[in-house]
Design a binder for this molecule. Sequence first.
Ligand code: NAD
Ligand code: MG
Length: 377
Amino acid sequence: MRHIVLLGSTGSIGTQTLDVLRHQPGCACVEALAAGGHRLDLLEQQTREFHPQLVAVYEETAARDLSIRLKDMDVRVVSGMEGLLGAVALESADMVVTAMVGMIGLEPTVEAIRRHKTIALANKETLVCAGALIMQMAREEGVQILPVDSEHSAIFQCLDGRGPETVRRILLTASGGPFRGWTWEQLKDVRPEQALKHPNWSMGAKITIDSATMMNKGLEMIEAKWLFDVRPEQIQVVVHPQSIVHSAVEFTNGSVIAQMGVPDMRLPIQEALEYPKRGALTVEPLDLFAKSPLTFEKPDEDVFRSIRLAREALIRGGLYPAVFNAANEKAVAAFLAGSIGFTDIFHRVEAALERYDAVAHPQTYTLEDVLEIGRSL
Ligand code: NAD
Ligand code: MG
């Protein structure tokens, strides 16, 4: 049985992780929960249901409020970055599920690797902005990183332990989001409430916007490069609107292995929690007859420039992916706040990559360099 620390327990991935544990109570117990303070009722209810020994709430006032509410329970409530780092360092935990959104997940993930915890990685922004550092640390510390992102879970399952020398291409599938087939002109008028409606997946606000711009696929190309040690030109994005094939690997000899399943994040979450075992069914079984036909298209990179921008950031290397990620995080927040338009997200990311002075920052970097990019954009 796993002993997990769940970072981001009140979000989409966090709540679905706890739902997997409700169905499969034998696969893991919860040592700590961590979240932001804006859904305190839910965090209180989760604490009462799963009995962690520690709860970390980022904001201090919310943490104080929660500790008063939980007076009758034997649980420690902590706050701030220190609280998050304390949660991942718990002796009794052997796995950290990183389900926080954004670069805030970087330091806790680094600390979890230092403490030799297996990482179930949902927080893709971490790998995008500091992939070289994270992967090197994980190798040195002998820590396994199990992908939770559905595409990367699929690729991990297709590879089944085979190395990058066996791979010709990664076929990274994408639903195409709610604006598949739209023109650039049409995208200009998209409002937040339209972009927040995804056809296949129910997710947090940030990743839902990332899916609408296909920045999510750009982030996932970079995530795939680091997880599977492939070159940028080996990653082919394939638009597959039904979201049944979660990705595929084309091997050097032309054999292609794809992983399929219903579009339900509880499946890749369970896969990571139970790895290498395969437990009982939590999600609906896949009915291929009901889902047919399955279709595949090339992405329109002239409209969804996100894919091209991500590829460029990846080829330039160094801190370019961190700039790509940080500029996107800021632009998505501005779009959701109503202060910029939908296509401005692409402009902002492109401008940040152009402005970035690569001469001052060579290919190798430190954690502090990455955090500075986050602060400076
Ligand atoms: P979400 O917005 O639904 O939830 C985010 C969680 O992070 C919440 O619990 C929130 O309280 C917590 N959080 C935010 N700031 C925090 C802080 N400063 N300190 C502590 N906790 C904080 O997001 P989500 O959709 O669950 O996505 C989480 C991550 O998983 C993202 O990196 C996303 O890209 C990735 N992911 C999500 C999905 C999905 O289906 N939702 C799929 C693949 C990957
Ligand atoms: Mg994904």
